[in-house]
Design a protein around this ligand. Structure first.
Ligand SMILES: Cc1ncc(C[n+]2csc(CCOP(=O)(O)OP(=O)(O)O)c2C)c(N)n1
Ligand SMILES: [Mg+2]
Length: 302
């Protein structure tokens, strides 16, 4: 067995995340890419709850949790204090949280932090629902997903398909704030996460990285499917790997042979109901049209 004392990972093993958790895998990759001269402000959610059961912490770096909604506000305060001490050039401030904390509940403070142009990296771990409290739908929940607040049902009403709200386009919202660095990737590509974090910290001003992180119980997948789901999400076109610098799309990972969304959806329990009814099958066609639109919008086939 590995001696954990010699394990230099910034996020130690032995935390309470589910086996195969995409969020923990991505967070460890982010933390290792950031290194020790970093202070992280974390919103409430699975990432916080599983890594810091009081009085323990799995973080081998300065890390603070205050409330669900205020990771960005806490990060702004930390940066102000570092500036006062003239340490803001040597220590990187990072705020992070889940999709609920980012797309919905913490959004006001994130928008303010971006508006102020502060030199803070924000990382969103997007498992497409409020996972920590039992998988309620968030602004990041995709069309057709069954969650505890949008449960799939019987019959022909639109409610039977699960969520029938479009996923909020946070990448476009981040770009609209004029951020210098905006990127998207998934937990299926750990070296891509690492490269994007390392790039983001070289940029002056606010930066945003959004990482799709498959959730074992919430997506009703097995622990060995995390990487495959992350990769498939990108390769369908539903969750492309993108990198914007100064508002320009400078990097996109090409999709030469797109995977059909049906293959991706059928692998997950949260979409299983769509395959059982005619109405559901219509939704699969609609979800395919969303993936196709992304491929066109970002020129992923070129
Ligand atoms: C103001 C406030 N509202 C609700 C909660 C309850 N709550 C804690 S964690 C959580 C879900 C977090 O979801 P997300 O941000 O997507 O992170 P995940 O757990 O999915 O990683 C909720 C609703 C809270 N702690 N504070
Ligand atoms: Mg979530």
């Amino acid at each position: 067995m590995k001696n954990t004392k010699n394990n230099k990972s910034m996020l130690a093993p032995g935390h309470r995340g589910c086996a195969g958790c995409g969020e923990l895998l991505a967070a460890r990759t982010v933390a290792n890419a950031l290194g020790p001269n970093t202070i992280i402000a974390n919103g409430t959610g699975c990432l916080e709850v599983t890594t810091t059961p009081y009085p323990q912490s799995a973080w081998r770096m300065p890390w603070i949790h205050s409330l669900f909604e205020n990771a960005a506000g806490v990060a702004s305060g930390i940066l102000a204090a570092l500036k006062q001490q003239k340490k803001d050039k040597e220590i990187k401030v990072v705020a992070q949280g889940g999709d609920g904390g980012t797309f919905d509940i913490g959004f006001g403070l994130i928008s303010g932090m971006w508006e102020r142009g502060e030199n803070i990296l924000y990382v969103c771990y997007d498992n497409e629902a409020y996972a920590n409290t039992g998988m309620q739908a968030s602004g990041a929940t995709p069309w057709g997903s069954s969650t505890t607040t949008t449960p799939a049902g019987e019959g022909q009403t639109i409610d039977a398909i699960g969520s029938h709200q479009r996923k909020k386009d946070m990448i476009a919202i981040a770009l609209a704030h004029g951020l210098n660095y905006v990127a998207q990737t998934t937990a299926g590509f750990l070296s891509d996460i690492e490269a994007k974090v390392k790039k983001a910290v070289t940029m002056e001003g606010p930066a945003y990285i959004q990482i799709m992180t498959p959730c074992i119980p919430g997506w009703k997948i097995s622990p060995d499917q995390t990487l495959a789901m992350g990769r498939m999400a990108a390769k369908t076109g539903l969750y492309p790997q993108l990198e914007y610098i100064n508002g320009e799309l400078v990097n996109k990972t090409k999709i030469t042979k797109p995977i059909k969304v049906g293959e991706y959806l059928n692998a997950q329990g949260r979409f299983k109901h769509l395959f059982k009814t005619e109405q559901g099958k219509e939704q699969i066609k609609y979800i395919q049209s969303l993936a196709d639109a992304n491929i066109k919008k970002y020129g992923l086939d070129k």
